[in-house]
Ligand binder design. Structure first.
Ligand code: 5GP
Length: 201
């Protein structure tokens, strides 16, 4: 894969198979969120490895469910364990877990995520991975957990950022090393047209 446009393959796939739904939701069920194209995942994993080559990473942290597949393939590239935050509706879970509250973009409700204290330690250097970045709530929840653990946040790798929503700017403004492999500038529900930000490649 060529360095200057490493993720052209991903963008082509989004253009070909992505479906723009109401509420600024992009459906990519045929290769990312339901059926998974492992060949493409492998390219994505390699691209994350290339973009975070300068960072020391000891652990990947993602959120269930749709981040897990991507995170696993990335974990293989980096040679580190993958931890996923579990979504739960149980309140007041005491003691052994870190928790954060996350507002779901696609389902519109609020849920708690938990990670066992056993699996994120203060010596860890954590790379966050997720499939989408929209308003930044999922990443903010994961960041909160890394901070609570006293671990080092090495960065965040996102497959598809919707650049017209505020999450990316919020995370970058905090000085966090954020890498999004495809940044959508705009998408049109009526025509299905998807435009990408050129600097993303
Ligand atoms: P955020 O927390 O940044 O608002 O949204 C990110 C989370 O919501 C991701 O974990 C992803 O699962 C989901 N999400 C946000 N926007 C989209 C979208 O357009 N399509 C899909 N399939 N998931 C999305």
């Amino acid at each position: 894969m060529r360095e200057e446009n490493g993720m052209e393959l991903l963008k082509e796939r989004i253009r070909k198979d992505g479906k723009v739904k109401e509420g600024n939701v992009l459906k990519v069920d045929s290769f990312l969120n339901h059926q998974m194209d492992i060949g493409l995942f492998r390219e994505i994993g390699k691209e994350f490895k290339r973009r975070f080559a300068g960072e020391e990473i000891t652990k990947i942290l993602t959120i269930e469910a749709s981040g897990i597949g991507i995170a696993c393939i990335a974990g293989e590239e980096f040679g580190v364990p993958v931890v996923f935050a579990k979504k739960t509706q149980t309140k007041n879970i005491a003691g052994e877990v870190y928790t954060a509250r996350v507002e779901s973009y696609t389902h519109g409700r609020v849920y708690d995520i938990i990670v066992s204290k056993e699996f994120i330690r203060k010596e860890d250097k954590v790379l966050l991975i997720d499939d989408f970045l929209a308003n930044g709530k999922a990443l903010e929840g994961l960041i909160q957990i890394v901070e609570e653990a006293g671990a080092h946040l090495a960065g965040a790798g996102i497959v598809i950022e919707k650049g017209f929503q505020p999450g990316g700017e919020k995370i970058r403004t905090r000085g966090i090393h954020l890498e999004s492999l495809a940044i959508i500038e705009s998408m049109d529900e009526s025509t299905g047209e998807i435009r990408f930000r050129e600097s993303a490649c």
